[in-house]
Design a protein around this ligand. Structure first.
Ligand code: ZN
Length: 183
């Protein structure tokens, strides 16, 4: 099943999401549907709040970008109950987009490496370090389960300049290939 993607203005995108347990109903189907929804929208990451569910779950598949970012080869994973516990001090500026902010690409400054603890779809626990674009993708998706969006990192001036674009997104007034959910 392909879900509509909740876009900027939807309150669920601003909630701190809750942990889930292995008895979460329909989890396998949900994960599969999230992948299908993400592929349909040509994204490389999708977090549960983006389909209206305030739970700590996101999926990534960076393989479409592996040519430019070798660290994304085989970077297809499910992250449940994730917690970023370390970020390095080196920041890097790079362009980001988001399925919940269609047609908006902005330079975002983020730490270049992180350490993250999470569980996979079978609730096996991991404690791993990531760097490069993988670290960026994970920080972006992690922000979604913390109720944050990449525009939060822009300067007040830059956000003011984007105001009319953001208003259009909130109203669903954007020409895109995937189905969205607006107010
Ligand atoms: Zn996003």
């Amino acid at each position: 099943m392909i879900y509509p993607i909740f876009v900027y203005g939807q309150p669920v995108l601003r909630k701190v999401a809750s942990n889930i347990t292995p008895d979460y109903k329909g989890l396998d189907a949900l994960i599969e549907d999230m992948y299908q929804t993400m592929y349909k929208a040509e994204g490389i990451g999708l977090a549960a709040p983006q389909i209206g569910l305030p739970i700590r779950l996101f999926v990534v598949d960076g393989s479409p970008l592996a040519e430019d970012h070798p660290e994304l080869e085989n970077f297809k994973k499910v992250f449940i109950n994730a917690k970023i516990i370390e970020r390095n001090d080196t920041l890097e500026l790079e362009s980001e987009g988001c399925l919940s902010l269609p047609k908006l690409n902005e330079e975002v400054s983020r730490p270049t490496a992180i350490r993250i603890q999470y569980q996979d779809e079978n609730f096996n626990s991991y404690d791993e370090k990531y760097e490069g674009f993988a670290a960026r993708v994970l920080q972006h998706e992690y922000d979604h389960i913390e109720g944050k969006l990449f525009i939060d990192y822009l300067s007040p001036l830059r956000r003011r300049l984007l105001k009319s674009k953001l208003t259009s997104i909130t109203k669903g007034d954007v020409d895109i290939i995937y189905r969205i959910k607006t107010i």
